[in-house]
Design a protein around this ligand. Structure first.
Ligand code: SF4
Ligand code: ZN
Length: 760
């Protein structure tokens, strides 16, 4: 342990704890001890403090014992000859630092200072609103502030299935804008989530990225927490909540939480530029999570392994890194950071002239920056994947039939059809829609390309920047070829892509494609829980929720909405020992509750004996467990003799007195809670939706988001249920957010749930 680092970290810790204490005293004097302290949209209080101590801070007064405890674990700054600190003392001080930093943020919230002092809509921040943090306002200018629970969970599934390996917390400012952009691109190409904070002499990597026009926000996996060091606390808050949410930990289980992060969460910190005492102290805090710190300046290293998987603190002075330019040096810095964290990350090389990675999936191409679009309002675009005879497919062949877009006017449009022909010994016709749906993700991964929709309503936009870099139609083929081989190599041996822009050919293939879409629709409708012998398991989320298992049947998709029965079947082919295993239904013990002996046997074993029985179609009796990724939560409202369904997108209060994020804490974690159930959106339209409890007619309240985005499908359900006006009888957050408001509405509309038998 370097004495130098210890001294500086301990000094930083003592200072920040003292500052927090002073701020708290002042705040209590001015505002009173009962003033509420909350971070927005989280059920985990001040998560770092909650995770370490189990304390549920809700008001200023609750912070007093936190600061007291922080002072207790502080160590005095080592005197010259007195004693040599060892790592333990530095780590303790690091924890105290994190509590103090989170307390300071909590106090800011109590004072009504939103982190978004400037409006942050995830896409644009006027640079004029940045000023360098002055001495008095050490807290600086916040941008995103804490990540809310909803966003945490929606990243959950990607963190689980490995698409998103983890996160990098970057603090400070890069040597040059070029280096800043390159560091971000390197991380994005590996789909590593990026958290930004801190500054060096007032200048932050956030400024650098803004100057370079890098789009920041949840969609591009770049979250700017704030331009001060303290806002790095939100990265620790994220890690803590991941352990609480997905690892099923409770507040106060500090050891479990830290171990969870060390082994399950691939994360590291990069300190860019000069490291001051507070940064050292904060770094000592994150070391507790097992996250190593890599600095681009000269600092003493802490190399022995133990707490982190490999090295603790690594210095890689930027000037000493070999490489001609800053971009190359930045590349090596990220490379080293990943080595230090010790995880192999697979990147699929896609030979196109723009950066590629799923971090670009959320990128938008606005009309003003658009070179050309295919589909949308003015033209048509379709995509079709089909199985062909082995000999008819020439692997790697990419053909453009018709003109490319160079003659299309700027910001113009053009018809296009993408036809992917695959062949493989394990390929089945049933997998075609599964594979075809991937085109959306694959194409979207290219920087400067936006893909929306599927089938014959696909809509692709290509940016001017991408066109200038040389992106042309052939590159769509390159992307699809590379990705289908990389991701589905177990079932496809040969891939051939043809892009049609020629009007005649396009028409012909569109007709073929439509015939196939139609056939698939009918085939899917024929597939019911009764018509198949096997359901599938999904245990992908066990890396987060160790005892959770989703049972996926043709009529009940996985609760995250990402895996239906066909997806699981295909996934099983790709990876026979993977998370999707066939489950023989066995004897049906109760068709209305959906109780199957084979399912029970499987769940018992896969949940490590924590769940004995599952009713596939019931919310009241042995409901299916949930990990945390659910698109919706259904919960009974006893007074209304029905259930409400709230969607992840809906931040409003519900008649149960809880918001989605609060409810998520009850529904998740792999436990069975009768009366509460997480589920996929499309389960609402299933004939097997809560059949034992009365089906869709039990729904008395539903987020307007669901009503609107699924209007067509839900209308069909209402008709199927013999009550075409049913949707109008279902309340939403615009009508009622309390039971008192809900009941008269249901009475007035004559909602059928009121006359159904009691739910208990
Ligand atoms: Fe997780 Fe269930 Fe989705 Fe599988 S289906 S990824 S277990 S939520
Ligand atoms: Zn999950």
């Amino acid at each position: 342990m370097s004495r130098y680092i210890a001294t500086r970290a301990i000094r930083g810790a003592n200072l920040i704890v003292a500052e927090a204490e002073a701020m708290l005293r002042k705040a209590i004097e001015e505002l009173g001890a009962d003033t509420p302290v909350t971070f927005p949209n989280t059920a985990y209080y001040l998560p770092v403090i909650f995770g370490f101590t189990g304390r549920e801070v809700t008001k200023l007064g609750d912070l007093v014992p936190v600061i007291e405890q922080a002072k207790e674990i502080l160590h005095p700054v080592p005197g010259k000859e007195l004693w040599l600190p060892y790592l333990g003392q530095t780590l303790d001080c690091g924890v105290a630092t994190l509590w103090a930093e989170e307390a300071i943020e909590g106090i800011r919230f109590a004072r009504g200072l939103e982190p978004q002092e400037i409006t942050w809509d995830g896409s644009y921040v006027p640079s004029s609103s940045f000023t360098s943090p002055d001495a008095e306002d050490q807290v600086g200018r916040h941008l995103n502030g804490p990540i809310d629970d909803i966003q945490l969970r929606s990243w959950g599934i990607q963190l689980v299935d490995g698409r998103m390996p983890g996160f990098a917390a970057i603090i400070g400012a890069a040597r040059s804008n070029e280096a800043a952009v390159q560091i971000i691109r390197e991380l994005q190409q590996r789909n590593i989530l990026i958290f930004l904070s801190g500054n060096v002499n007032g200048r932050s990597i956030i400024h650098q990225l803004m100057e370079e026009g890098v789009e920041m926000g949840y969609d591009t996996y770049i979250v700017p927490f704030g331009t001060d060091t303290i806002s790095a606390i939100y990265a620790a808050g994220f890690a803590t909540r991941a352990a609480l949410t997905f690892g099923g930990m409770k507040g106060g289980q500090a050891r479990g939480m830290l171990l969870y992060n060390k082994f399950r969460c691939f994360a590291f910190a990069i300190a860019l530029g000069e490291v001051d005492d507070l940064k050292f102290a904060t770094a000592a805090g994150v070391l507790n999570y097992g996250f190593p710190v890599i600095a681009d300046t000269v600092i003493p290293q802490i190399l022995p392994t133990g707490l982190t998987m490999y090295e603790h603190v690594v210095s890689m002075p930027f000037d000493d890194i070999e490489g001609k330019d800053d971009a190359e040096k930045a590349r090596r810095l990220v490379q080293r950071a990943i080595e230090v964290r010790g995880v192999k990350i697979k990147i699929t090389e896609v030979p196109i002239p723009v950066p590629y990675g799923s971090a670009f999936e959320g990128e938008r191409v606005r009309r003003a920056e658009m070179r050309v679009e295919f589909g949308g309002k003015y033209s048509r675009c379709f995509e079709y994947l089909t199985t062909s005879d082995f000999d008819a497919v020439e692997d790697g062949k990419i053909e453009i039939v018709g003109p490319d877009f160079e003659d299309v006017e700027e910001a113009g449009h053009m018809d296009m059809g993408i036809v992917v022909e695959v062949a493989g010994r394990k390929m089945q016709d049933d997998f075609e829609p599964v594979l075809e749906r991937q085109i959306h993700y694959f194409v979207n991964g290219a920087s400067g390309i936006q893909h929306i929709g599927q089938r014959d309503i696909a809509w692709i936009r290509l940016s001017k920047a991408a066109a200038e870099k040389g992106f042309n139609l052939k590159h769509f083929g390159e992307i699809l070829y590379a990705r289908f081989h990389a991701d589905f190599g177990a079932i496809v041996d040969k891939v051939q892509v043809t892009i049609y822009t020629d009007p005649e050919e396009m028409k012909e293939w569109l007709a073929k494609a439509r015939k196939a879409y139609d056939y698939r629709n009918r085939r899917l409708a024929d597939m019911t829980d009764d018509s198949v012998e096997e359901f599938y398991s999904c245990t992908l989320c066990q890396s987060f929720a160790p005892n959770h298992v989703c049972i996926v049947s043709p009529e009940r998709l996985g609760l995250c909405g990402a895996y239906n029965w066909l997806d699981c079947k295909a996934s099983h082919q790709i990876n026979p020992t993977g998370p999707n295993q066939p489950i023989k239904k066995g004897a049906c013990e109760d068709p209305s509750y959906g109780v199957f002996s084979g399912v029970n046997d499987f769940v018992r074993q896969a949940s490590h004996q924590t769940v004995e029985r599952v009713s596939m179609y019931s919310i009241m009796l042995d409901p299916m467990t949930a990990c945390g990724c659910f698109e919706c939560i259904a919960m009974i409202i006893p007074e209304a003799n029905g259930v409400m369904v709230v969607s992840r997108e809906d931040p409003s209060m519900t008649p149960t007195g809880m918001t989605f994020s609060t409810l998520a804490g009850m529904a998740g974690g792999g436990l069975q809670t009768p009366g509460v159930m997480g589920h996929g959106k499309y389960y609402l339209t299933s004939k097997k939706f809560m059949t034992s409890d009365g089906g869709f007619k039990r729904v008395v309240w539903m987020s307007s988001f669901l009503k609107e985005t699924m209007a067509e499908e839900l209308k069909a359900v209402a008709e199927r249920e013999g009550d075409p006006d049913l949707l109008d009888k279902i309340a939403d957050e615009r009508v009622s957010t309390t039971v008192e408001e809900l009941l008269p509405f249901l009475e007035e509309k004559g909602h059928p749930a009121l006359t159904l038998p009691p739910m208990f």
